[in-house]
Design a protein around this ligand. Structure first.
Ligand code: HEC
Length: 296
């Protein structure tokens, strides 16, 4: 096998190992970053939902307290305010969602579906659990959810969610008396669940990964080309020339021009040693010829 082939085989193997390992690590890091970005995103949405709830309790409810005597205004209910606000957001971003998923809801829209039921059950079974983050497949691609428990810690909540007889008549007229009652103090009745699509950040992470790999590949390719050019001009060409001169000399042709050994590298040393050896050989041959002539 030629030196250049061996050299290139080593270079390509090293390049392939380096590309594969850095590709694996960078893919993992980029995907992790994408996931962290989505979690931050979902966390911000959760904060926004809590802010809307707080605003409704502190600003809206006192304003409408008088009107509530005559007819029920769901606009004063924090769950309604948060869910409706996010409903508006969904008009432009259908993949995002906010739900106050509840096992026994006042509004049937809030009824927990199968996977949400599992989350609520987990919160009910583990009271020390304050947040669940997970991913699931949806028809539009992978989606990340962030869930926090809804626990009844304020006895005031029970005025509307305990027994129908205690609830405002205007509320019963609107929602009926079958759902959303029987909640207990300190009971976890549901979970706030934010869903954020993962496909876009994942797509961006994949694009960044492809760009990184293309850059790494080009750097390796450039390095292989440059090293090949250097190997040819600095090492292989002089060796071929020395070999050619050595060939001529070995065949007895002493007329070939001397090898240029003006440089300071190892090959120039080899060339000058070779030149010296050739001169000694010439001298020895001449002495041999002289003694042969004398003998005759
Ligand atoms: C004035 C009555 C009233 C009070 C007080 C009240 N709620 Fe509600 N709650 C409602 C109504 C009505 C709905 C349904 C709103 C809708 O249509 O979205 C609701 C909805 C909810 C929901 C969404 C699930 C469902 O039942 O549809 C949760 C969770 C909830 N309330 C929790 C609470 C908590 C926690 C408190 C106490 C901090 C509280 N509520 C106090 C009337 C009330």
């Amino acid at each position: 096998m030629r030196i250049i082939t061996k050299f290139n085989l080593v270079l390509i193997s090293v390049g392939a190992i380096a590309m594969a390992s850095s590709g694996y690590v960078s893919y993992y890091i980029l995907q992790e970053n994408a996931k962290r970005e989505v979690i931050t995103h979902a966390g911000m949405m959760m904060e926004a939902a809590l802010a809307i709830r707080g605003y409704t309790i502190s600003e809206i409810r006192p304003l409408l307290a008088d009107q509530m005597q005559t007819h029920f205004l769901p606009q004063t209910v924090p769950a309604y305010a948060a869910t409706t606000s996010f409903g508006k957001l969904r008009e432009d971003h259908p993949d995002y969602s906010y739900k106050e998923a509840t096992l026994n809801p006042t509004n049937p829209r809030d009824r927990a579906v199968d996977w949400e039921n599992d989350i609520i059950r987990s919160f009910r079974d583990h009271s020390d659990q304050h947040q669940i983050i997970g991913t699931r497949m949806t028809p539009t691609g992978p989606s990340l959810y962030l869930a926090r428990p809804i626990t009844i810690n304020n006895p005031q909540c029970l005025s509307c969610h305990n027994v129908p007889s205690e609830a405002p008549q205007s509320m019963l007229a609107r929602y009926g008396s079958n759902n959303g009652f029987g909640w207990k103090l300190h009971e976890t009745v549901g979970a706030q669940i934010i869903s954020v699509p993962m496909s876009l950040p994942q797509h961006h992470a994949l694009l960044a990964f492809y760009k990184f790999m293309a850059m790494l590949g080009s750097i390796f390719l450039l390095m292989i080309i440059l090293l090949n050019i250097m190997l040819r001009s600095i090492i292989l060409k002089p060796i071929v020339r020395i070999a050619a001169v050595a060939d001529e000399v070995s065949m007895g042709n002493m007329q070939v021009t001397e090898f240029d050994a003006s440089g300071k590298d190892e090959l120039s040393t080899l060339a000058s040693s070779f030149n010296r050896m050739r001169r000694s050989l010439q001298k020895a041959m001449r002495m041999l010829e002289d003694s042969q002539q004398k003998f005759h």
